[in-house]
Ligand binder design. Structure first.
Ligand SMILES: [Zn+2]
Length: 176
């Protein structure tokens, strides 16, 4: 059993420009690479709500191409993302995969033999913090993206300025 870090993409790893899907708009947040590098002893997953697909704002293919760009850029820095879990549904579809629902984490738990109790969720939205709580992981709110708004409505285990500060806290609190 191994510990994992489940990380939101838009607003946590990359700039959130709202329904980001155009490769030209892709930009990593400052310190994102440094933070991810600190997590080398963990399995890293991206978990992202992409309702823009269900709403018809962009296609699944556009999502894949954009995400491929993100993964390729991270790979240049020797950062390995085990898997990207994405929910393509609209909130009103009431699917079982949209954060803060835990389906993707349960799938990862089985497939990658993850110990969720020793794992972490990082994100800038209430759904990320709640996902952490719902899945028995520790939750970290980053103040990038929507984080400064979220701080009023969510109670994470830790509040970090950005992904690097989140990663430092994880390394310190890692009891694998
Ligand atoms: Zn879904």
């Amino acid at each position: 059993m191994t510990a994992a870090v489940f990380i939101d993409r838009d607003g946590t790893i990359t700039h959130d420009i709202g329904y980001a899907h155009k490769i030209g708009d892709f930009k990593l947040l400052p310190n994102a690479v440094k933070g991810l590098k600190l997590l080398r002893n963990f399995k890293i997953f991206i978990v992202t709500n992409q309702s823009g697909i269900g709403k018809g704002f962009f296609t699944l293919k556009e999502f894949f191409n954009y995400n491929k760009e993100v993964l390729a850029e991270l790979k240049k820095h020797n950062i390995k993302i085990e898997k990207t879990y994405y929910c393509p549904h609209k909130p009103e579809d009431n699917c079982s995969c949209r954060k803060p629902k835990t389906k993707f984490l349960k799938v990862a738990e089985k497939k990658f033999r993850i110990d969720l109790k020793k794992s972490f969720v990082i994100g800038d939205k209430k759904a990320d913090v709640e996902l952490g709580k719902n899945a028995n992981c520790k939750s970290i709110l980053v103040l990038t993206g929507d984080g400064k708004k979220t701080i009023k409505e969510a109670k994470p285990d830790f509040i970090a300025k950005d992904l690097m500060e989140a990663a430092k806290w994880i390394v310190k609190n890692d009891n694998q």
